[in-house]
Design a protein around this ligand. Structure first.
Ligand SMILES: Cc1cc2nc3c(=O)[nH]c(=O)nc-3n(C[C@H](O)[C@H](O)[C@H](O)COP(=O)(O)O)c2cc1C
Length: 347
């Protein structure tokens, strides 16, 4: 069984490895986004975008799996339903140095449903159990599952309880629960993140019924009291959209999850300059354009004076040929200019 605590050698505190997680998000949580989030939260557990077994077994493995050493602790999320394929992918994850393999049982997209994985796997708990068991046999990493609390209009607690119980028999002891149903018919993936009602209490009930396992609650969390409340009831919280759109708050959430942050970044400018350094490194290493990295930082100054102009500069592809340090200078000037304008414009 996976132990849900680790000793933090620097502070000697016992911390739960899943206490604060940043959600897997397709097109969003690529390696550059994760590097950025790591600067803001040294201890959050970061998740990759979902990677299908097909893409991994037949595609460019290095392109899909490479990451920076700074990203640890880092989980690879897999999409698939064939135990032997998942086992091969889990082995790749271990070889590549990931800290966890997570199986997606929550994605409702039609494309994923056609592939018969994602949320529709919740209807096949014994298959998920076998998938988990095959991955566990292949690797020594924690094998975890991210799932919903039900599919379609099934609101029965027994459905998700039996799912968790069966999957646990395969050796999964960490469950990340997006606390709403997936409506597989007629609702877009975006709608499926907003429309089915959130029921966080269901995750607490699971924790009560399976106290020996780790439960992480996900869905709609962003306000401090909510997060404090959930951290007192279950083992951890996973944040998705709030972390992406308002990344500076990761510092606050890190404090809530682990106690005061050891070396909080002093300012948004410091984070930006470290990202500029990273952009220059990536460009020199493999020619990654800064635009591919900057797109994840758009929320850095959210709510601050001058944020709009700053974002406009960093998202202006006409500046693509400039070195990132020069773009950063322009963005800072634009931000200050907007601040001055705001100060002299009569209300
Ligand atoms: C753009 C986007 C892409 C997502 N991609 C994935 C994914 O690849 N795998 C997954 O398990 N969940 C995915 N999700 C769902 C999130 O992981 C999370 O469960 C959901 O957004 C609810 O959490 P939140 O309210 O904190 O955002 C995605 C969400 C968004 C917004």
């Amino acid at each position: 069984m996976v132990t849900n605590v680790q000793t933090n050698s620097q502070s000697n505190q016992i911390v739960n490895s899943w206490r604060l997680c940043v959600a897997p998000m397709m097109e969003w949580t690529d390696r550059h986004c994760r590097y950025f989030h790591r600067l803001l939260s040294p201890r959050a557990r970061l998740y990759t975008e979902m990677m299908t077994t097909g893409a991994l077994l037949h595609g460019d493995v290095a392109r899909h799996l490479d990451f920076s050493a700074e990203e640890h602790p880092l989980a690879l999320q897999l999409g698939g339903s064939e135990p032997s394929d998942l086992a091969r992918c889990a082995r790749l994850a271990q070889q590549w140095g990931y800290d966890e393999v997570n199986l997606n049982c929550g994605c409702p997209s039609p494309r994923v449903q056609r592939g018969a994985f994602g949320a529709c796997l919740m209807a096949e708990p014994t298959l998920v159990r076998d998938c988990v068991a095959a991955m566990r046999d292949a690797v020594s990493l924690p094998v975890t599952v991210k799932h919903r609390i039900g599919i379609d209009r099934t609101e029965s607690y027994g459905f998700v309880r039996d799912f968790v119980g069966t999957v646990g028999e395969g050796g999964c002891s960490v469950f990340i629960v997006h606390a709403r149903n997936a409506w597989l018919d007629g609702l877009s993936p975006k709608g499926n993140r907003e429309v089915p009602p959130l029921r966080h209490d269901t995750v607490v009930r699971l924790k009560t019924d399976f106290p020996q396992w780790t439960f992480v609650v996900n869905g709609g969390l962003h306000e401090r009291p909510q997060i404090e409340h959930e951290l007192a009831r279950v083992d951890g919280v996973m944040l998705g959209r709030a972390a992406y759109h308002d990344p500076w708050r990761l510092i606050e959430w890190e404090g809530l999850a682990f106690g005061s942050e050891r070396h909080p970044p002093s300012s948004r400018d410091e984070i930006e300059s470290r990202m500029v350094h990273y952009m220059a490194q990536r460009a020199a290493h493999d020619g990654t354009p800064w635009t591919a990295i900057a797109r994840h930082m758009m929320g850095l100054h959210l709510g601050q004076p001058g944020a709009r102009r700053w974002r406009q500069v960093w998202s202006d592809h006409r500046l693509k040929a400039l070195p990132p340090a020069a773009v950063a200078d322009l963005a800072t000037q634009a931000r200050r200019h907007q601040q001055v304008e705001a100060a002299i414009t009569p209300a």
